[in-house]
Write a protein that binds this ligand. Structure first.
Ligand SMILES: Cc1cc2nc3c(=O)[nH]c(=O)nc-3n(C[C@H](O)[C@H](O)[C@H](O)COP(=O)(O)OP(=O)(O)OC[C@H]3O[C@@H](n4cnc5c(N)ncnc54)[C@H](O)[C@@H]3O)c2cc1C
Length: 326
């Protein structure tokens, strides 16, 4: 319960929200779906800014990317045709897995989920990291200045109490959001660059039950061209874990031959060698659900299965598009 809440602002434009969130004297926070915030036991919060009227609930596409407004609910992401189509629907699947309660998904927003980060326990974080998604942040500031008059040579007016309203906007990578976001910055939207057309993608998870939080989850994106791995993205995450990009594995695979010579089966040995070499630094945390050792061993197996699935999909897509081109 927010026992010291004194102000509730139902704002109609983003600038108003930014000015309220930028106040230094009143601890003010944004309200998305409220599923996390309203259950918090935080006596410092004095004001909340309700974002529901800001037209930030949308999923828009252009040739290069997909834009998801921060007030878009997880359920809208599950249902959106644009997300079902992009990268074999991994983001829509992860949005569903992020909370198996439809009641929560109907309220919880992607902005609120990203703002909490690992504490949200949401599977979407791992998939957004693999997709190289970026977050558009905006903050506002108000500065009061007393401008002095000019000199005898260059006369001017003295102006007291002039207020400047400033706005800053920046894009940062989703994977760095929890370290880099400042408290007064509002998440405006998430920008996902479209993966290349032949990309295969896979999202998999391990939980104690199919509807429980993920002990581990993985997202793999694979683009095969002329039989070789052109681009690989691999991220692992899970409950109480920040998503980790396994760049060592990605680098090992890029440029390697994806299929066994003379047949159409996947060159699994290449994948195993890349995982063995690239996951030596992967040291997931332990908690009451699973030890770090269990997560590490399962992570290698899960990553292998996801890479195999993504490789198969990419190969199949390439075959279909080359047949269509004939
Ligand atoms: C019963 C219950 C079960 C839950 N189960 C799960 C679960 O299984 N999996 C899961 O992932 N989560 C779960 N949650 C937690 C919660 O639903 C999610 O983390 C959710 O994604 C939070 O989103 P929200 O929009 O409700 O955020 P809010 O509660 O509105 O806000 C969360 C935080 O984000 C900030 N914020 C919100 N929007 C923005 C913005 N646009 N810009 C900047 N900051 C912003 C708020 O100030 C606040 O600090 C559960 C919650 C409840 C109550």
């Amino acid at each position: 319960m927010l026992l010291n809440l004194l102000e509730y602002h139902w704002v109609e434009d983003i600038d108003e929200a930014l000015l309220l969130l930028g106040r230094a004297d009143v601890k003010t926070v944004a309200l998305g779906g409220g599923t996390y915030l309203l259950g918090l036991d935080d006596d410092r919060i004095e004001a909340i800014v309700d974002l529901r009227d800001l037209d930030l609930s949308y999923i828009r596409e252009d040739a290069a990317s997909v834009h998801i407004g921060s007030m878009t609910t997880l359920q809208s992401m599950v249902d959106a045709p644009a997300l079902k189509e992009m990268a074999t629907g991994v983001l829509a699947k992860a949005a569903r897995a992020s909370s198996f309660s439809r009641v929560i998904r109907n309220s919880a927003t992607i902005g609120g989920t990203l703002a909490i980060g690992a504490a949200s326990q949401a599977d979407v974080l791992t998939v957004l990291a693999a997709l190289d998604a970026e977050v558009l942040l905006r903050s506002g500031s108000r500065t009061k200045l007393d401008l002095s008059a000019g000199t005898v040579e260059r006369p001017g007016f003295a102006l007291a109490g002039v207020t400047f309203k400033g706005k800053q906007e920046r894009r940062i990578s989703c994977i760095n959001l929890s370290h880099e976001r400042r408290p007064n910055e509002l998440i405006i939207e998430i920008i996902i660059p479209r993966p290349p057309a032949g990309t295969g993608a896979a999202f998999q998870r391990i939980g104690r039950t199919p509807t429980d939080v993920a002990l581990l989850n993985v997202c793999a994106l694979v683009d095969i061209q002329d039989g070789n791995y052109k681009q690989v993205r691999l991220t692992l995450g899970g409950v109480n874990m920040e998503p980790v990009r396994l760049q060592g594995v990605e680098k090992h695979l890029e440029g390697q031959v994806a299929m066994n010579e003379g047949d159409t089966s996947i060159n699994t040995q290449i994948l195993v060698s890349a995982l063995q070499a690239g996951m030596t630094d992967f040291s997931p945390p332990a908690d009451f659900r699973a030890s770090g050792g269990y997560r590490k061993t399962s992570g290698v197996n899960l990553a292998l299965r996801a890479l195999e699935e993504a490789t198969n999909i990419s190969r199949w897509r390439n075959m279909v598009s080359s047949k269509e081109g004939q």
